[in-house]
Ligand binder design. Sequence first.
Ligand code: FAD
Length: 465
Amino acid sequence: MTLFSSAAAPAGSASAASERYTIMGAGLVGSLLALYLARRGYPVKVLERRPDPRLAGPIEGRSINLALSDRGWRALEGVGIAEQIRQVGIPMYGRVMHDVAGNLTSQPYGQNNQAIYSVSRAGLNRTLLELAEAMPGVEVQFSQQCLNVDLRTRTLELRNTATNEVHNHEFQRLFGADGAFSAVRGALQKTDRYNYSQSYLEYGYKELNIAAGPGGTWQLEKNALHIWPRGQYMMIALPNLDGSFTCTLFFPYEGPHSFAALQTPEQVQAFFQEVFPDAVSLMPELVEDFFQNPTGSLVTVRCFPWAFDDDVLLLGDASHAIVPFYGQGMNAGFEDCTVLNQLMDQYGQDWHTIFREFQRQRKPNTDAMADLAVYNFEEMRDRVADPRFLLQKKIESKISAQYPGRWMPLYSQVTFSATPYAEAWAAGQQQDQIMQRLMPHIHSEADYDRPEVQSLVAAEMKAKS
Ligand code: FAD
């Protein structure tokens, strides 16, 4: 059986062999894109600033694990590797909220065992890279940092990070998948009338660790995403295969409860003991982790256009970096690959049309996703601790079950569907307005079946287009 048996290579691809494609960045999106291009028989050169992760150990400074959901799975299915990845993913069927007293409340993510999956970033990246490298025509060069792109002469200035030697490399067609601080985008930003914005939250994040229990067991519910919502800040934890959990503290940079306020081991220990007491007992290396692990910033990047002539296209975080609160950054970048692949099916090698269609379709959707990601921060750090909010979610789930196909909760549209993000966001806002009108009449789950509530719901559903 070949690795790609479940998704046959597209027909009519051999004619493409004369054109060379360069991908900047062998991160999650760059390596998946390499697979998509290679399956068409296109020769691909991937250039990556970092050393080979198989020789250099784990990638520092980014989340250790990630939540993979339907858009990501669909893109992996497109190159026939979803099942292979699923076997090393941990399904998380819902959120478990931890209050200060250690009481737990849970909320399913979807219906019928729908789950998002915790996967290792390094493991996923390594698998994608290995599969890409195994394809004929794919060459990956590590320790190659892009310093500059000359768009006029189609020349890359590259620095070998191992030797410091700088050299030039000509490209025919370049895909910029070099992340939120993309050097390829840097070149586009210097062109006339280029739109660009970056905005940072006043919060940073720090990764911490909940240790595995005896024999590699999980000390918290394994198949869930854990949240410690505390109003203005929060901690979350995702399970790892070895029994540990990776926690991420999302915390203000400044203020009374902030990174700036926690300067000594005693302050860290006392603060965690006070606000996350049930977690702190499972974090034997809390203080070391807190002071050793970097504090990461949280940026949203918007830019346009994503294409330069038919020569250069940005995708993934290079074109739309978002904050991580919906767990969609990688999923959106993987969906970029799905959409680009569909356009290649449709338009062959008419790159002019493909690039224009790609940015026309994707830009409104990734803009909507950027807004959704900021919106979800408030939900996670604050609203999930409110019993009224959890009741609203239960009622929404009942409406969804009673009116299948006519009501899908916003989270499900984003996470468990292929509905374009902008449509999901618009539908979610409309549904939220309906919920605001219904909830004053509802005080318990049982109220939903009361005839007067049922008739209010029926009237709202009739009015809903
Ligand atoms: P990257 O993963 O950043 O890869 C870019 C690659 O380009 C890197 O390998 C880099 O070394 C290389 N590169 C950069 N500059 C150069 C250069 N000048 N020359 C050569 N190479 C270069 N997304 C989810 O879907 N689910 C989650 O649960 C989730 N959790 C997250 C948690 C945190 C804390 C953060 C910060 C992000 C999270 N994300 C999540 C978002 C996700 O990490 C990104 O969207 C994803 O990594 C984007 O992939 P990419 O390939 O576009 O960029």
